[in-house]
Design a protein around this ligand. Structure first.
Ligand SMILES: *[C@@H]1O[C@H](CO)[C@@H](O)[C@H](O)[C@H]1NC(C)=O
Length: 379
């Protein structure tokens, strides 16, 4: 039995109002049990076998929800060609096995996906850089770092995370928006970052853009926020000037009136995850299960009131946020649109232990409050 592993890069350059951007797909295909394919087609003549093998190979080249078709019958691709985003002589390299054939996204699939709202001219929650399991530069462009400055020596630290919900508003936890102790004061918002050790982030495939640092105009903290119980732990940071949306800086979608449900969520930030002894410089993406609120009541209920304005997630052994993820967005994917369902509020110092989840502010429960305090987006 022969097992062939194929690593295949599928590069697309899409047109957006930001100009042509690199869209990157990386797929690892396993063409498994080659001999079995031969066995299936034993009854045919050699020539036809050859064609059939090619056809089977070809269709396995294309990722899920795409089909191997001639370029001319893939409108998605011809649009890109019309906009000179793809060089015509490179189409062959982007195809599925033979010149003139490409893996074309299936339109019916695209139509079933509810697109996010347009926020300040850009569709929310849609990453320009996508791929199965891809978590590199630009995969989560909606995350912001919240910086505090030491009033004594000017040092800047980024202990908190937020999310971009419009070009001028960052959503975070109330405990992150309020001034910190030890002479640190809320100072700046940084977006477009992936690796804090490099000036310009470069992956294997492409480089990002320089980060954008924007000053803060003011913060809007939920008036009911209680710092001892983390009740209503939500705040908006209003920026002095608008962010420029780029491939690494984009707005996330807020939950809509229809229910965004998933058992599977992503927490994104630059904190320490379970088992890490140092704070990593690269963006962290933790895949966490959303679990029943009663599990958080069980763990925290004796010391802190847990209410249905909160979400409970995590609780798997060795897989949770530990420190530095405060205010970070908990994200659920619906089709290819990303929605923020939670804001990390608090967890336990036994983070990453089995049965010890973390508590998030339920963004959907505050959609009215967010709307009323950010009228520009919704009106
Ligand atoms: C956005 O782009 C404009 C024009 O290039 C520039 O002046 C401004 O500083 C940019 N804003 C940020 C936050 O970098």
């Amino acid at each position: 039995m022969l097992i062939l592993l194929r690593c295949y890069y599928y590069l697309l350059i899409s047109t957006t109002n930001m100009g042509c951007q690199v869209k990157f797909y990386k797929y690892v295909f396993a063409l498994v049990i080659y001999i079995n394919i031969n066995t299936i087609i034993l009854g045919h003549s050699f020539h036809r076998n050859d064609q059939l093998i090619r056809r089977i190979k070809r269709s396995s080249f294309c990722p899920a929800n795409t089909q191997c078709v001639p370029v001319s019958s893939c409108s998605y691709f011809t649009n890109l060609l019309d906009n000179n985003c793809v060089l015509k002589n490179r189409v062959g390299e982007l195809g599925c096995g033979e010149p003139g054939l490409v893996c074309c996204p299936q339109v019916s699939q695209a139509n079933t996906i509810l697109p996010g709202k347009i926020i300040d001219g850009l569709r929310c929650g849609f990453s320009q850089v996508q791929g199965d399991g891809y978590e590199g530069i630009g995969a989560f462009p909606w995350v912001a770092r919240i910086g505090y400055r030491n009033l004594l020596n000017g040092e800047i630290k980024y202990p908190c995370t937020g999310s971009i919900i419009s070009s001028k508003i960052i959503l975070t936890a109330a405990h992150c928006a309020l001034a910190k102790a030890d002479n640190f004061k809320l100072y700046i918002v940084r977006v477009g970052e992936w690796n804090s050790n490099t000036e310009i982030d470069c992956g294997l495939e492409f480089c990002g853009l320089p980060t954008q640092d924007v000053s803060i105009s003011h913060v809007v903290v939920h008036p009911g926020y209680e710092k001892n119980t983390y009740r209503h732990n939500i705040a908006l940071i209003v920026l002095k000037s608008a962010l420029n949306f780029t491939v690494t800086t984009q707005p996330i979608c807020l939950p809509e009136s229809w229910s965004v449900t998933s058992n599977n969520a992503f927490l994104v930030g630059w904190g320490k995850a379970a088992g890490q002894t140092y704070t990593p410089s690269k963006q962290q993406v933790l895949q966490l299960p959303i679990i029943g609120l009663q599990q958080c009541v069980q763990v925290y209920g004796r010391t802190l009131p847990i209410s249905d304005e909160q979400i409970c997630a995590g609780g798997e052994s060795g897989n949770d946020a530990c420190s530095g993820f405060g205010g970070a967005p908990l994200i659920v994917k619906h089709g290819n649109t990303n929605y923020q369902v939670g804001i990390l509020s608090f967890g336990s110092d036994q983070c990453g232990s089995r049965g010890v989840p973390s508590v998030y502010t339920d963004v959907k429960k505050y959609s009215r409050w967010i709307r009323e305090n950010t009228p520009k987006i919704y009106n």
